[in-house]
Design a protein around this ligand. Structure first.
Ligand SMILES: O=C(O)c1cc(=O)[nH]c(=O)n1[C@@H]1O[C@H](COP(=O)(O)O)[C@@H](O)[C@H]1O
Length: 233
């Protein structure tokens, strides 16, 4: 079975995206298309990803606007039938509810606190408390508004799970295999740590796509995950 990994296909052009997608798709459950590709190519990039494989499609647009605008945007992309669509939980309960109602066949995933932020970055923004307190508060708000998935770092998965229960899909970016560059990510964990904390889907981009052989990098992380799952079973 494909490993519970969403590869972030953050490519500069559609040819590179198609190459990465077909290399990694045999090893992972999900491909994630984000702002870089979607803003350049729109729905065409979704068709290209689907052509590359039969894996699930995660559309990461991180919508954050007034409820009516987010409803319109969610409706506009719902026809592409992504399995997952992201919104920022900080947009508030009415905004999240609007996205959920506008895209009934897509799982709305609420981004709690970006994994690029640490406690001091939150303080600069003017948010009180730690990243984990903020993530917990936003998670409760988002699930109360109908979100069925949450995006957080592996550091918060266990406490968010305790807050929202077993039925919510926990998605964790900021995943870095041991020894790989953390780049702009602040709250990181290895794939094994993220899984052990209870993550359902690991989002991994550059550690795979910047590798000399993205297919081999995806296969290697996927088998490390399988080994970790076998040991904990
Ligand atoms: O919503 C996301 O996917 C997301 C949320 C978050 O808090 N942090 C985060 O890194 N992401 C996305 O996850 C991917 C991480 O990529 P890498 O840092 O290259 O592994 C990027 O596509 C980000 O846009």
């Amino acid at each position: 079975m494909a490993a519970p990994i969403a590869v972030a296909i953050d490519a500069p052009d559609i040819e590179t995206a198609a190459r990465w997608a077909s290399a990694v798709a045999p090893h992972v459950s999900t491909l994630k298309v984000g702002l870089e590709l979607y803003l350049r190519y729109g729905p065409e990039v979704i068709t290209t990803m689907r052509g590359a494989s039969k894996v699930a499609l995660f559309l990461d647009l991180k919508l954050h606007d007034i409820p009516a605008t987010v409803a319109g945007a969610a409706r506009a992309v719902a026809r592409l039938k992504p399995s997952i669509l992201t919104v920022h939980a900080a947009g508030g309960a009415d905004m999240i509810k609007a996205a959920v109602e506008a895209a009934p066949d897509t799982k709305i995933a609420a981004v709690t606190v970006l994994t690029s932020l640490d406690d001091s970055a939150l303080e600069q923004i003017g948010l009180r408390g730690s990243t984990s307190d903020a993530a917990r508060r936003l998670a409760a708000l988002a699930v109360g508004a109908g979100a069925r998935a949450l995006v957080c770092s592996a550091h918060e998965v266990a406490s968010l799970r305790a807050e929202v229960g077993p039925d919510i899909t926990m998605i964790t970016p900021g995943v870095r295999p041991a020894g790989s560059d953390r780049g702009d990510q602040a709250r990181v964990a290895t794939p094994e740590e993220a899984l052990a904390a209870g993550s359902d889907l690991l989002v991994i981009g550059r550690p795979i796509t910047n590798a000399a052989d993205p297919g081999a990098a995806a296969a290697s992380i996927a088998s490390a995950i399988r080994r970790a799952e076998a040991t904990s079973a």
